[in-house]
Structure formats: structure tokens, C-alpha cells
Design a binder for this molecule. Structure first.
Ligand SMILES: [Zn+2]
Length: 395
């Protein structure tokens, strides 16, 4: 049990100016995905880590994408991973922004604005500033704090955290994934089942549609019944599964009955949904039912990609430590929360079987939007909460 005074000293040593400086330097190091690489952001993070006494290593995927791995403290004893992704979604059209996406401006309402302010250059800046605070406070570390600053989270993490897992680097006793959770303590996230549905028809002259079978019409009948694929289940943290028809393509010319129509469908799954065939079955049942009424309907549904949902236990030291650290920092006990999106936490929870929480400053509501922002107060509170968690887990 670490003395309260040690935790207080670590939190008090967080320097708000340093939190801002780190975050702004990271925001300025563009790392749009798709469209760029994380090299500049990795270089900025490596410099900061070197400055706080670590010896960072760049781990590259086969495609050359960089993740930064660095550890602080002792080589033996307990270990804690802090994971954040270096990539950001593209800024998009600049006329939708009122501020420069890469300048890290602070507005009159105390918001730090920029691409990645919340998701998640801000949380990375907070975590690095927490590490710096521990050093300044002289917090004794009987274990190791390991940073995993990963490439490519926004496009499924295949060049980032997945690579760290494949290379045997996810071995810590506990992990924090610092995605923006408004400092709630996230313990579960949904997964995704991406399907492609293809309707087949029969081409005919557009002036004689009765001679053909219209694939777009078949698809329309199918799409209107999509909500029926959802089971009546609700997870206490991440809620209900969802389904969304995401893209559509079909037909060849205005005067031809279309013989093909294709739709990509995003079915979000909740913890407990583990069987792709079971998730796909209701799609097939709708098609069967449609064929009773419209025998010409012919639709194939194939699974394109499956990402497991993840759920971590609340009954772990890291979950209790995170709850206590946020409560001590903000004065309010955080809620145990779920994430509607997919994060790299799934590699720690599902693949590496490490007790994990998702916790960081900033809100998912503004992630990926124009003028993305994080409240400066919350960013600094995040750094103080991290300092407490690091000290409590490792001192
Ligand atoms: Zn993110």
C-alpha cells in the first residue's frame, strides 16, 4: 500500500504548462491516417520520453509504421503499460474548421483545439507529463511503467498495437488505454462484424423491366428489414448491438435493369457475441422470409471482417486504482463505463489477458470532428490522475 502523501506529491508535481507544451507539440506533428505516417509524432514523443529518463525504441511494422516503446523505473517488480495511439483521423476540409487543426490554440472557454486534442494527442501529452511529474517528485518506482505509443489505431491497429502483441511485448501486469473517456473508467467495448451483402438480379432493357429482375429493388426490400437482425440483448456498459448500412453500389446505366447491388453493413457486436455464424444467421433468415413473398430475391451475405468485443473485470487492482485516482483528483467518483467504438484495449484484454482500463481526458463526442477540443482543466486533471495511478501501481 503506497502512502497517500506519495500519491499527493506525484499529482502535485504535474506542471500544467508542461502538459500543454507536450500536447501542442504532438498535435503539431501531423500523423493523419489514412494519408500519412506517425514518424513525426513518434519523434516528438521519443524526445519527450528521452527527456524524462527513458530510452525509447521505435518498433516498425512490416510496412514501416512506427510505434514507440519505452520504459521507466525498475526492471523487475510490477509493470504497468500505458497505451495511446499516435495517429489521428484526417483533418478533412479545412473550411469546416474555425481554428488551425495543427496549432493547438486555446480559446476563451479554456479549450485546447486541434486534431487529436481529445483523440488522442491530449491523453498522450497528459501521460507523458505524469511521467515527468513522477521524476520531478522523486517518486520511488519499484516496478516499470511501459509506454506503448502505437501507430495505426484508427484503421484497426494492424500496424501498431497488434504488432507489439505479435512481437511478445504485451506482457505487463496491468494496462491503461488512454482513449478519451472524460476520465470515466472504461471496462468494455463493442466489436464489429462487417458484412457485404450482394443482391443478384437479371439485366433487361430499361423499357421492359418485367423481363428482368431488379437487384436494387431486392436489396431495398432487404435493407428495410435490417433492424430485425439485432438480438434483444443489452450489455450493462456498452448497451445494445447496432446495425448500419454503410455503403451501396449497384446498376450500370439509366436504361438497364440492374443485375447487381452491393451493400456494406456494419453490425456492432457486444461482449458475449462471439460466434460469427450466429450473428450472420438472422440476415439469412430475412432473405429466406423475403423469398417466400418474392421468389426472385437472391442475396448473398458474406462476413468481410470480424473484430471481437472486449470486457475487462471491475474486480482488479488497476480498476480500483483508477477509480480512486480519478476520485482523488476531481472529487467525484468516476462511473464504470463502456466504449461504443473499437479501441486497442482489445489486444490487452482479449489477446494478452491483461487487467485493463480505458481512461483518458477528452470526449469521444468531439473526436473525429472539426475543431476537436479538450478542456484544459480536464487535460491537467488527466495528468494528475495518471500520476496517481502510476505511483500507486509501481511505488
Ligand atoms: Zn482514439
Amino acid at each position: 500500500m503506497v502512502e497517500e502523501a506519495v500519491l499527493d506529491a506525484a499529482a502535485a508535481a504535474v506542471d500544467p504548462d508542461e502538459v500543454l507544451a507536450y500536447t501542442r507539440a504532438l498535435i503539431a506533428a501531423k500523423s493523419e491516417n489514412p494519408g500519412g505516417t506517425e514518424d513525426r509524432a513518434a519523434a516528438v514523443a521519443s524526445d519527450i520520453l528521452t527527456g524524462v529518463g527513458a530510452d525509447p525504441e521505435i518498433v516498425r511494422s512490416e510496412a514501416g509504421r512506427p510505434s514507440v516503446v519505452a520504459s521507466l523505473g525498475a526492471e523487475s517488480g510490477p509493470s504497468l503499460a500505458w497505451n495511446g495511439h499516435l495517429d489521428v483521423v484526417p483533418a478533412g476540409s479545412l473550411d469546416t474548421w474555425r481554428h488551425d487543426p495543427w496549432a493547438g490554440e486555446i480559446d476563451d472557454d479554456g479549450r485546447l483545439i486541434g486534431r487529436g486534442a481529445a483523440d488522442m494527442k491530449g491523453p498522450i501529452g497528459a501521460a507523458l507529463a505524469a511521467a515527468s511529474a513522477l521524476r520531478r517528485a522523486g517518486t520511488p518506482l519499484a516496478g516499470s511503467l511501459v509506454f506503448h505509443l502505437a501507430a495505426d489505431e484508427e484503421l484497426a491497429g494492424v500496424h501498431g498495437t497488434k504488432v507489439l502483441w505479435e512481437r511478445g511485448m504485451l506482457t505487463q501486469d496491468a494496462a491503461i488505454v488512454g482513449e478519451p473517456s472524460e476520465l470515466q473508467v472504461g471496462l468494455a467495448e463493442r466489436g464489429g462484424a462487417w458484412f457485404t451483402a450482394t443482391a443478384f438480379g437479371k439485366a433487361a432493357h430499361g423499357s421492359q423491366p418485367h423481363r428482368g429482375v431488379n437487384a436494387i429493388t431486392s436489396m431495398a426490400r432487404f435493407l428495410l428489414r435490417l433492424p430485425e437482425v439485432l438480438p434483444d440483448i443489452e450489455h450493462p456498459l456498452v448497451g445494445r448491438p447496432t446495425v448500419n448500412a454503410a455503403t451501396i453500389e449497384g446498376g450500370s446505366a439509366p436504361n438497364v435493369v440492374p443485375d447487381r447491388c452491393e451493400v456494406d453493413i456494419d453490425r456492432r457486436i457486444v461482449p458475449g457475441e462471439i460466434d460469427p455464424d450466429a450473428v450472420r444467421a438472422p440476415f439469412l433468415a430475412i432473405i429466406e422470409a423475403l423469398r417466400g413473398e418474392y421468389p426472385e430475391v437472391e442475396i448473398e451475405v458474406r462476413l468481410r471482417e470480424w473484430t471481437d468485443a472486449a470486457e475487462a473485470s471491475p474486480d482488479t487492482d488497476i480498476a480500483r486504482t483508477a477509480v480512486e485516482a480519478v476520485r482523488a483528483t476531481t472529487g467525484t467518483a468516476p462511473e464504470l463505463a463502456g466504449f461504443t467504438g473499437i479501441t486497442d484495449a482489445r489486444f490487452y484484454i482479449n489477446q494478452a489477458d491483461i487487467p485493463t482500463v480505458i481512461c483518458g481526458p477528452g470526449s469521444l463526442r468531439v473526436a473525429h470532428t472539426a475543431d476537436e477540443w479538450v478542456p484544459v482543466d480536464e487535460l491537467v486533471a488527466g495528468a494528475r490522475a495518471y500520476a496517481r495511478i502510476f505511483a500507486a501501481s509501481l511505488a
